[in-house]
Design a protein around this ligand. Structure first.
Ligand SMILES: O=C(O)CCC(=O)C(=O)O
Length: 282
């Protein structure tokens, strides 16, 4: 492919700055897309009139500020300081953009890794090496913070089930509707990683009559952060991402508007037995 047609393809994604700024890291290039050098705009909650929200970003004002720490949902594990190394995040992002998101209109890819008796204990075959490296790095990073049984659920030494990696590419203003991952297709234990941009993930009770069903809980996911959904967080709560160009975040009494850039997420889920049959409902 000629450099010019390459450039055209990236223009189609609004990622021309990613292509042109060859000296900077991909992380920086993705942020350039937002046209915001420093993605944080800061103001004090109490002193600032509502109009200030509008001046900064009308899109960010539609909901309560997000938390930096995991809301109290059983089975939800998130440590804001636990971030993937920059180099690995860049490698994964480059690989995925170049190999899977190199055609206009593509914003979701599903990959599958299959464990068999011949590769038990080895990285799941079917996933590209950069994603098996990602999985093993995420496993090592999470090990000190997760309860051992949750870590074993996500990273069993000898996996017997197939793993799906779903790759989603979001431009600013895009999101994903609140949902529970398909019950008959995926098992318990889901791990997701954010690349390129932050976003806010919203959690809402499936049971609208529950005591804590009042308002969705909002969690800020920085780029390179890792989130784990298990148990109630996987089955009794929906998760989703509002269509916004910016998010409102509460940080030690200060509210910040954080602009969204282009975000890639990679979510790993276990396929249930028989879930590889195409055309089934949940
Ligand atoms: O982008 C994300 O982090 C969430 C993706 C997700 O919920 C899904 O693909 O089902």
């Amino acid at each position: 492919m000629s450099p010019s047609s390459d450039a055209q393809e990236y223009r189609d994604y609004g990622l021309e700055s990613l292509r042109n700024a060859s000296q900077s890291s991909l992380r920086t290039k993705l942020k350039i897309f937002t046209d915001v050098e420093t993605p944080y705009a800061e103001f004090d909650t109490e002193d600032s009139p509502d109009s200030l929200f509008d001046e900064i970003s009308p899109a960010a004002t539609s909901s309560l500020p997000a938390m930096l720490h995991a809301p109290p949902i059983p089975g939800l594990f998130f440590t804001p300081s636990l971030l993937l190394p920059v180099q690995l995040a860049d490698d994964v992002t480059h690989f995925c953009l170049d190999n899977y998101f190199n055609r206009p209109g593509v914003n979701q890819i599903m990959l599958f890794g299959v464990a068999s008796s011949s590769n038990a204990g080895a990285p799941l075959s079917g996933l590209p090496p950069v994603l098996t490296t990602l999985l093993s790095t995420v496993s090592s990073l999470l090990e000190p913070t997760l309860p051992p049984e949750i870590h074993a659920l996500l990273f069993p030494p000898n996996p017997t089930r197939a793993r799906q990696a779903i790759l989603n590419l979001y431009h600013p203003g895009e999101g994903i509707i609140p949902h529970v991952d398909l019950l008959r297709r995926f098992g318990d234990g889901i791990v997701g990683v954010s690349f390129g941009s932050s976003c806010v993930m919203e959690f809402a009770r499936v049971d609208k009559a529950a005591d804590d069903a009042a308002a969705p809980l909002q969690l800020f996911l920085p780029e390179r952060s890792i989130i784990v959904l298990s148990g109630d967080a996987r089955y009794a709560w929906t998760h989703g991402i509002e269509k916004r160009t910016a998010d409102l975040v509460a940080d030690a009494g200060v509210h910040r508007v954080v602009q969204r850039g282009v975000r890639l997420s990679i979510t790993f889920r276990w396929l249930l037995p028989g879930a590889d049959v195409v055309g089934q409902d949940d």
